[in-house]
Design a protein around this ligand. Structure first.
Ligand code: FAD
Length: 334
């Protein structure tokens, strides 16, 4: 492999039903930084059907060029079609770095493309950088149960690929009117050639906790002890119009469902305000919430690790302070 032939930073732009998924725009921000350091172009890869209107925002979020394949066979995500389309583009244009959102589709596609073009992939990264001199992409992610951050390199193969967790990178500012180049490409596949057909998409209509989108999160840790303590946290959240989060220990104790869990094996959140109540601050929890704008922690232990990431800390018994806060916020806000 001649690595010198590979130049440019690419971002896979995920769209669902004709709407751009935020993580693609977040990655244009991270990709812009890498591309500027390497002095190369930043390119988006956009696949789908009737997607013309989606290219302009990509330039405004930082892309110099967008490779577009617009074909009815790409309307719904399928591993088979997307892997072929992206694999062909990689072989033809040879990018040196390729980023994907760590969404269900992004993870599936990135691993399929890695095997298709025979390169490496770092999954679920949270930090991206590049060694400019060696042109080596440095993709970092928590490892060994979150106890260390591992930086993973792909020294021998190109492109150097990573999936990146949604919400860990801030969406860049939009530069209205910024333009770039659209490169239209095609895919040589007919619906009849395909082994997989999408018959119907059935959406999960069950009410889900939407932690990723929440502006305020009030999270319960094992310090709240049981369902009664959890109810106390829910009451505070209700008064603040906030979403209820939880540590894994609370979920594992059966006090609430997994869709409340924040952290390495739960949601990564970046609310304006995060309350951590009776949470010790294990790295597997803080990796999912440390980028919140303002963190309040309540804990009886003044040495709890949560105070290392908190902006404001109250050393107190949650059972005393939380009902008090609920009452005072109720008076002030309602
Ligand atoms: P504890 O660590 O038991 O802390 C309870 C805290 O409450 C203590 O600090 C205590 O001082 C305080 N407290 C006690 N009583 C009171 C009171 N009355 N008032 C106020 N404070 C009080 N954890 C996650 O949260 N999310 C994850 O996604 C996650 N993923 C993991 C993945 C792996 C592979 C592993 C190995 C672990 C993972 N964990 C995760 C678990 C993590 O390591 C911790 O065990 C967990 O976060 C601890 O939860 P906690 O802070 O609620 O409980």
């Amino acid at each position: 492999m001649n690595k010198e032939e590979y130049r440019g930073v690419w971002v896979f732009i995920e769209q669902r039903e004709g709407n751009l998924v935020d993580v693609g725009l977040e990655l244009l921000g991270a990709g812009r930084d890498l591309a500027d350091k390497l002095e190369v172009e930043l390119c988006g890869v956009l696949l789908g059907s009737n997607i013309d209107q989606l290219t302009q925002p990509l330039f405004e979020y930082g892309a110099d060029k967008v490779y577009v394949i617009d074909n009815p066979v790409l309307e719904q995500y399928r591993t088979e079609t997307y892997m072929k389309a992206v694999g062909d583009l990689v072989r033809k244009y040879k990018p040196e770095i390729f980023l994907y959102g760590a969404t269900a589709n992004g993870k599936d596609l990135a691993s399929a493309v890695a095997t298709e073009v025979m390169t490496g992939l770092t999954a679920d990264t949270t930090l991206l950088d590049v060694n400019v001199e060696k042109r080596l992409f440095e993709a970092s992610r928590p490892a060994f149960g979150g106890n260390i951050m591992a930086t993973i390199l792909c020294k021998k193969h190109r492109p150097q690929m990573a999936t990146v967790r949604p919400k860990v990178i801030k969406k860049p500012d939009r530069q209205e009117g910024r333009t770039g180049e659209v490169v239209q490409e095609s895919i040589d596949l007919q619906e009849d050639d395909l082994r997989t057909k999408v018959i119907e998409i059935v959406k999960d209509t069950q009410k889900k906790v939407n932690l990723e989108e929440a502006d305020i999160i009030v999270s319960a840790g094992k310090g709240i002890k049981d369902e009664k303590g959890f109810k106390m946290v829910e009451d505070l959240a209700n008064v603040l119009n906030a979403t209820v989060g939880a540590s894994r220990d609370v979920v594992e104790a059966g006090i609430c469902s997994h869709d409340h869990q924040v952290g390495q094996t739960g949601a990564t959140v970046t609310p304006k305000i995060y309350f951590a109540i009776g949470i010790s601050g294990a790295v597997q929890h803080t990796v999912g919430m440390a980028n919140s704008e303002l963190i309040f922690a309540i804990n009886t232990d003044p040495n709890a690790a949560i105070f290392d990431v908190a902006h404001y800390g109250i050393v107190a018994d949650a059972f005393e302070i939380v009902p008090l806060l609920t009452r005072e916020f109720q008076k002030a806000l309602h």
